[in-house]
Design a protein around this ligand. Sequence first.
Ligand code: GLU
Length: 297
Amino acid sequence: MTVGRFAPSPSGRMHLGNLFTALLAWLSVRAQNGKMLLRIEDLDPARSKREYIDALREDLHWLGLDWDEEMPLQSTRSAVYAEAFSRLDTYPCYCTRNALHDASAPHASDGMFVYAGTCRNLSDAERAKKQRKPAWRVRVPDETIRFTDGVYGAQEEQLAQECGDFIVRRSDGVYAYQLAVVCDDALGGVTEVVRGSDLLGSTARQIWLYGVLGFSAPKFYHIPLLVAPDGKRLSKREKSLDMAHLREDHTPEALIGRLANLAGLTKSDVPIAAKELIPFFSWEKIGREPVIIPTTF
Ligand code: GLU
């Protein structure tokens, strides 16, 4: 059975971009009579707010996007991540942000840095001299990861050269998204991951982690980002596109009808309920180009 999930971060009110991801993840699961999970990513205690968690569930209800099960909040799962972490070949990294900027090459796809390996082979004596709390990196092998994305097609990444050893636990003790997302989706039995194309560049390292931890990887569908007419990515700061404002100006059906039409799922933008849209859904209709959202949405 297909098991899909929607994994929002409660660092703000849900936005049109999150709605687009939730809608496609939900349609894909419902079109296959699968099971939908809600999995709230409140990993970062400094950025996650209780009020946004409540608003998320309420906004999804209002939109008619239901779920069959809710996974435990990430903030309650450090023991799960700690167990996975203990099975990885990791080392402490003491580099400051500035040192990383100076020594590293930009990551090919997501603007992060390919770690230069500065702390990879420090001796115990050298480590003992360091004054700061370390982040923890996992040692990646010289291996090429290949996978087929359901929207963007064949992908490959040479882990050592294009990604480098990456952080799995931050210096403040919080386990990194890259590790948590793999544990949570694997243990939740997720078989397909639908999310924004900004995460396409993280997928190879996640697939590698699935393998190292003895999990089987799901199928990935990365979806185009929503952009303004000038091509710039819609920012979370654009208040008129957060759910509080969208709900003032639209019915759920009107909102879904317009978004479905802009995304190419339907021929007109007449209001439509999420569940009436299920028969119109097909991954073939979803293009790779960014979806342009008019200024007067
Ligand atoms: N929590 C991430 C976000 O809201 C999504 C992570 C994922 O789907 O893997 O952008």
